[in-house]
Design a protein around this ligand. Structure first.
Ligand code: TRP
Length: 520
């Protein structure tokens, strides 16, 4: 019975793999891909990066990076997933047997990222509820670290369980579980179709209110006034490539997994451009909103922008609550809207991470989606609960740094090298061009073979040199080993082990027939 169910059905010369999930529409796929790309990085990382790296002048390296790395790599990942019809490890294995492990590494890393991503979402949910009463009080800084997180003195001191954080983490995992349990079309696509437009709508409200605040222009001028000298600095270019890479969720296995659910005739090249531009547009929107609000803050306190500007967790959970507190009723409204944005932007990314992990395991084991997703969610809750302690913020800080500086960069670098030099870019280019309205030329091969690896190699070396000179964040070596290097090592070891075990999903065998057919 099962055999019959799994076996691909041949109709009119087309093999229909009736086991693999599929998107309902191309728009659904693009929304989901944008949903993964649009995340906390757009909201709290990009605005600061522009400000710090030359303002308006930063747009030159930024767009250069989008065209020479962002879009080419998106096409590459979409092309791999679509051509080889598999989760990241399966697509890599089908591209070249020896490189299956390179597909497992990001899948394992995705699981670790979920550990802290779910925690940040849990904080954002809690802050959403606090927004109504401005429950962070008159000193948001001390509230956040002491009252809310009960931060201990060092990463090895766990303190007590932080219940509100733990409950939030369970909630986030519960939602992600439910969405992925429902499948690609019935869960992920539906979620993104609702959350993404809502997210953009809310952000537009924030921006409109933001730019009409007193002092907003001060912030916007600071943000966009170009400092052309910065364009000469290599570190600015590295930052631009880093942001594009991070913001488009590249080298995490997400885009390959998502594109493997596309029907055969899909315009891949066009989808890549749309994803990149949508993400980039949202990034700009966020930058305008954030800096308008910071401009208001600086004006109302009579200080310079430099004194209020910040990014990341500090911006969302300390500086913005301070702004909302001085604003009256609009503070309450903006607070609720802002934390809703964080939650929505984060949830769609969370779901994409869970899907990347699940898809790989489904392909490998042949287990039912429902079973795989449930096991991952349970394991995830257990793993994430270590974060719901007084040391959570430290663990997050170290892990995030190592995953971003080494994990993602090395995977991206190897991905470009393996596809550029072993699988050969023409394999993918010919495939995507076949189904795309506008065709990509040889320039694309050049970016995959040379430009992307060069930039990533420079990024990697500069991160490493920095790390050797001054270990990250003032932590000591055992701490960095425990939460940083170990995550990288576990990712690689786990990936090598996973690639040793055989593929048990019967549906996979059908692909061979299909690829042979394509060759004929
Ligand atoms: N793109 C996300 C952001 O802008 C961050 C991110 C990087 C991510 N890699 C990812 C999110 C993988 C989900 C999956 O915030």
């Amino acid at each position: 019975m099962i055999e019959i169910h799994i076996k691909a059905i041949k109709r009119g010369g087309v093999i229909m793999d009736n086991k693999r999930d599929q998107w309902g529409t191309k728009l659904g796929f693009i929304l989901a891909a944008v949903g993964s790309a649009v995340g906390l990085g757009n909201i709290w990382r990009f605005p600061y990066l522009v400000y710090e790296n030359g303002g308006g002048a930063f747009l030159v390296p930024y767009f250069f990076a989008i065209f020479t790395a962002g879009i080419p790599l998106l096409i590459l990942e979409y092309g791999m997933g679509h051509k080889f019809k598999g989760s990241t490890p399966l697509a890599m294995e089908r591209g070249n047997k020896k490189w299956e492990w390179l597909g497992w590494w990001p899948s394992i890393t995705a699981f670790f990222i979920l550990g802290y991503y779910s925690m940040i979402l849990s904080w954002a949910m809690k802050y959403f509820t606090l927004s109504f009463s401005k429950g962070w009080g008159s000193d948001p800084n001390s509230f956040f670290y002491n009252d809310f997180l009960k931060l201990t003195d060092s990463p090895f001191q766990f303190g007590t369980v932080i219940w509100p954080v733990l409950i939030g983490i369970i909630l986030v995992w519960g939602i992600s579980w439910f969405i992925c349990y429902k499948g690609v079309k019935g869960g992920i696509e539906k979620l993104n179709k609702v959350l993404l437009p809502t997210l953009v709508g809310i952000m537009i409200v924030i921006v409109v209110r933001g730019i009409t605040l007193e002092g907003a222009t001060l912030g916007l001028n600071k943000l966009f006034t170009p400092d052309w000298n910065k364009v000469m600095e290599p570190k600015v270019w590295i930052a631009a490539y880093g942001q594009v890479f991070y913001s488009l969720s590249l080298a995490m296995g997400i885009m390959m997994t998502y594109s493997s659910y596309l029907p055969k005739k899909t315009d891949i090249n066009n989808s890549a451009f749309m994803t990149a531009f949508a993400n980039c547009g949202f990034e700009f929107l966020c930058a305008i909103g954030v800096f308008a609000i910071l401009g208001f803050m600086a004006t109302s306190q009579g200080v310079g922008i430099d004194e209020v500007v910040s990014s990341g967790i500090g911006l969302a959970f300390i500086v913005f609550p301070k702004v909302f507190s001085v604003m009256g009723i609009w503070g309450t409204i903006l607070g609720c809207l802002f934390f809703t944005c964080l939650v929505f932007a984060g949830l769609t990314s969370c779901v994409s991470l869970v899907e990347a992990v699940s898809s790989a395991i489904i392909d490998k084991t042949g287990w039912e989606r429902k079973k795989v997703v449930s096991v991952i969610a349970l394991a995830g809750v257990v793993m994430s609960s270590t974060f719901a302690s007084g040391a959570g913020l430290y663990i997050l800080d170290i892990m995030d740094n190592f995953i971003n500086c080494y994990g993602i960069v090395v995977v991206g670098l190897l991905e470009a090298i393996v596809i550029g030099w072993i699988i050969k870019p023409a394999t993918i280019r010919n495939h995507t061009n076949k189904t795309s309205y506008f065709r990509i030329g040889k320039w694309w091969d050049f970016t995959v073979k040379f430009i992307t690896p060069t930039m990533l190699a420079i990024m990697l070396i500069s991160n490493f040199v920095k790390e050797i000179k001054t270990p990250y964040g003032g932590y000591n070596i055992p701490e960095l080993f425990a939460y940083g290097w170990s995550v990288i090592a576990l990712g690689i070891i786990g990936a090598l082990l996973a690639s040793k075990s055989p593929w048990r999903n019967k549906a996979i065998e059908d692909f061979k027939e299909e690829s042979e057919e394509e060759v004929v």
